[in-house]
Design a protein around this ligand. Structure first.
Ligand code: P6P
Length: 341
C-alpha cells in the first residue's frame, strides 16, 4: 500500500483492487461515484440552514415518515449519480416504495444498489449529524435485462460492499468491501476524501450503551435487566455512559470508533422495531462485522436474515462483540425463566 499521506479515496480503492486479483475495477468505479454523490449531498446538507431546503415538503413517504426536502434532494442526487455508469441492473431507495429501474437506454450492469439517502433526517433542523447508507450486491436473477425484486431481497452476507457517509462536524465516508473497514474525511478545501481511519477495528468491549430509553416501559424484561446491570456496574473502573443521538449513522459511527453497543429493539408495540433491514441494518452489520464486531436481532445474525419485503424492519443489537453477546445472554435468560414459570 502506498504511503498513507494524501491517500485519497480513489487511490485507496485502486490500491485495494490490486490486492484482490479478481477485482474488475467496477466496484472501484461505483465507490468513487458514490464518493462524488456524497460530496454534492454534503454541500447541500452543510448549507441547509442558509437556503430554503429545510423544513417539510408536506408529503409523507410510503412508511408515513414526514419527508424533508433534503431527503428528496439526496435521493434524486444518488439516483442521478448512479443510474448511468452501467454498473447496476436495479436500485432501491428507502425513499421509494418499489425498486428503481434504470432509464431504458442505459447500459445494464451486474450489481445492485440499495441506499438510505438521508438517514436521521428528523434531526436536520436541529443541525444534528445525519447520513447516507449504501449497500451493494451482485445480481442473482437470470439474463442481462433489468434487475428484479429478487436481486434486491438478498441476505446481508451476500453484500460485496457497504458504507455510510456521516455529515457531521466533518463529512466522513466509511466503507468495507469485506477486506477491512476504512474511513475517509472530506477535505473541503480541495474536495477530496482523505484516508483518516485506516483499517478500523471495533474494541471487543466498550463503555457506551446507546438506546432510546424513552421506550423503556415497552422493553422485554431481559433488556431491562441488561440496562440495569450496566447502570449498576463499571467498565475498566468507570461507570457506563449512555449516549443516544437519534441518528443511526452517527450512533453507529461513534460505536465503531469508541466501542460499546447500539440497540433498537422490538417491543410490545413494534415487535420488529423501527430500523429497516435492507437499508440500515444489513449495511451497518456488514461494516461492524468486518471491523470485528457483532450484529444480531437479539438471537440471529442480521446478515443471515432472509428478506421477504423491501422495507421490512428488524430489531438490532450491534457493536462490540462482548457487549452484544452479553445483552443476548440477558434476554435469553429472561425468556427461559418466563418459559419455566
Ligand atoms: P427514535 C432516524 O429517524 C432513525 O431512522 C435512525 O436514524 C435512528 O437511529 C432512529 O430513527 C431513531 O428513532 O425512535 O429513537 O427517534
Amino acid at each position: 500500500m502506498a504511503t498513507k499521506r494524501f491517500m485519497t479515496l480513489p487511490r485507496h480503492i485502486l490500491e485495494g483492487e490490486k490486492l484482490h486479483p479478481g477485482a474488475t475495477g467496477e466496484l472501484s468505479a461505483i465507490l468513487n461515484q458514490l464518493g462524488l454523490a456524497a460530496k454534492v449531498i454534503s454541500l447541500e446538507v452543510n448549507k441547509a440552514g442558509l437556503v430554503d431546503i429545510l423544513g417539510f415538503t408536506g408529503e409523507t413517504n410510503y412508511s408515513g415518515d414526514q419527508v424533508k426536502k433534503l431527503d428528496i434532494f439526496a435521493h434524486e442526487m444518488l439516483v442521478k449519480a448512479m443510474d448511468h455508469g452501467g454498473h447496476f441492473c436495479v436500485m432501491a431507495s428507502e425513499e421509494e416504495e418499489d425498486i428503481i429501474h434504470l432509464p431504458p437506454h442505459h447500459k445494464i450492469g451486474k450489481y445492485v444498489l440499495l441506499f438510505d439517502p438521508l438517514d436521521g433526517s428528523s434531526n436536520i433542523d436541529a443541525n444534528v449529524s445525519i447520513g447516507t447508507i449504501f449497500s451493494i450486491y451482485r445480481r442473482v436473477s437470470e439474463g442481462n435485462g433489468p434487475g428484479t425484486l429478487e436481486d434486491c431481497l438478498q441476505p446481508g452476507y451476500k453484500q460485496v460492499a457497504a458504507g455510510y457517509v456521516v455529515y457531521g462536524s466533518s463529512t466522513v465516508l466509511v466503507y468495507t468491501a469485506g477486506h477491512g473497514v476504512f474511513g475517509f474525511t472530506l477535505d473541503p478545501s480541495f474536495g477530496e476524501f482523505l484516508l483518516s481511519h485506516d483499517n478500523i477495528k471495533i474494541p471487543k468491549r466498550g463503555r457506551i450503551y446507546s438506546i432510546n430509553e424513552g421506550n423503556y416501559n415497552s422493553w422485554d424484561r431481559g433488556l431491562k435487566n441488561y440496562i440495569k446491570y450496566l447502570q449498576a456496574n463499571k467498565f475498566e473502573g468507570k461507570p457506563y455512559q449512555a449516549r443516544y443521538i437519534g441518528s443511526m449513522v452517527a450512533d453507529i459511527h461513534r460505536t465503531l470508533l469508541y466501542g460499546g453497543i447500539f440497540m433498537y429493539p422490538g417491543d410490545a408495540r413494534n415487535p420488529k422495531g423501527k430500523l429497516r433491514l435492507m437499508y440500515e441494518c444489513n449495511p451497518m452489520a456488514f461494516i461492524v462485522e468486518s471491523a470485528g464486531g457483532r450484529a444480531t436481532d437479539g438471537k440471529k445474525r442480521i446478515l443471515e436474515i432472509q428478506p421477504t419485503a423491501l422495507h421490512q424492519r428488524t430489531p438490532i443489537f450491534i457493536g462490540s462483540e462482548e457487549d452484544v453477546l452479553l445483552v443476548e445472554k440477558f434476554m435469553r435468560e429472561a425468556e427461559l425463566s418466563n418459559i419455566e414459570k
